[in-house]
Design a protein around this ligand. Structure first.
Ligand SMILES: Cc1cc2nc3c(=O)[nH]c(=O)nc-3n(C[C@H](O)[C@H](O)[C@H](O)COP(=O)(O)O)c2cc1C
Length: 245
């Protein structure tokens, strides 16, 4: 029904009119309140929202997350990655350690990650510090991946210039010939990062645009900011606060 209405608005105009696109968000009775947060720290809440996202059929890739990094000159860039694990310490993703994003992180480990789950009208923003995970963890995950993906990762020096698509296919063929059908694919310059979060915001969209935003923060001396009115004490060293939408 919602999809039909949205498509009808799109068809009304032969030219693109983005200002008229307005998706219906959540109703008043579905607001996201502080008392709905069972454990007042963001990792547990993230896992609960992720569980709901995983149960939402329309969400084909609920672990797709945009990752923003900043280079040595302060220039930001942004791309999607797949979130591969959520531990008590933070959020893990995997990539090439020579890539653009990895070079940014080497100069400046401050990163931001955003996830948007449209059918749930929910966004999660994570800000934190990225660090490489232990190599044995990267190796274990690398060999869990389909062999073709392992070879693909080995064939691609991510973010470097290449002359053509054929060039990539040739490298892939060379690797396959060298390894034979069963040879173990060596770990390329590739592995995981853990983002240790210091700020996590949970956003839920409302139809009247008075969206709910609850932000968790942690850091040295942060609990001194707790006043019980705007800033509230959470668990495990976190504080939380409601932000205007
Ligand atoms: C949905 C989606 C998921 C992706 N997941 C990853 C990933 O987990 N790791 C990765 O290195 N690239 C992933 N990519 C490709 C990146 O967006 C990007 O093109 C690549 O990492 C090179 O980025 P960089 O040059 O900024 O380092 C994904 C792309 C999409 C669209």
């Amino acid at each position: 029904m919602v999809l039909k209405q949205l498509l009808a608005v799109r068809k009304m105009s032969s030219t693109v009119n983005l200002s008229a696109l307005r998706l219906k968000y959540r109703e008043k009775k579905e607001v996201f309140l502080e008392e709905n947060i069972r454990v007042k720290e963001p990792i547990t809440l993230f896992r609960e929202w992720l569980d709901q996202a995983l149960q939402t059929e329309e969400l084909l890739e609920p672990n797709a997350a945009s990752l923003a990094t900043v280079d040595r000159n302060g220039k930001p860039s942004n791309r999607f990655v797949l979130l591969k694990d959520v531990t008590d310490d933070g959020f893990r993703f995997f990539t090439n350690y020579g890539s653009h994003k990895a070079q940014d992180i080497a100069c400046n480990p401050n990163v931001a990650m955003t996830i948007y789950w449209l059918p749930l009208r929910r966004q999660i923003r994570i800000e934190g510090v990225a660090e490489k995970i232990p190599q044995e963890d990267s190796l274990a995950y690398f060999h869990q991946r389909p062999r073709a993906s392992q070879i693909g990762a080995l064939a691609s020096e991510q973010s470097t210039r290449i002359p053509s698509r054929t060039h990539l296919d040739e490298i892939e063929q060379e690797i396959k010939a060298k390894l034979g059908p069963d040879g173990e694919v060596p770990l390329p310059n590739w592995g995981g990062y853990l983002i240790r979060p210091h700020t996590v915001e949970f956003w839920q969209g409302q139809t009247d645009r008075l969206h709910d935003r609850i932000q968790f923060r942690r850091g040295p001396d942060i609990e001194r900011e707790v006043d019980g009115k705007l800033v509230h004490k959470g668990e495990l060293g976190w504080v939380y606060e409601r932000l205007a939408p």
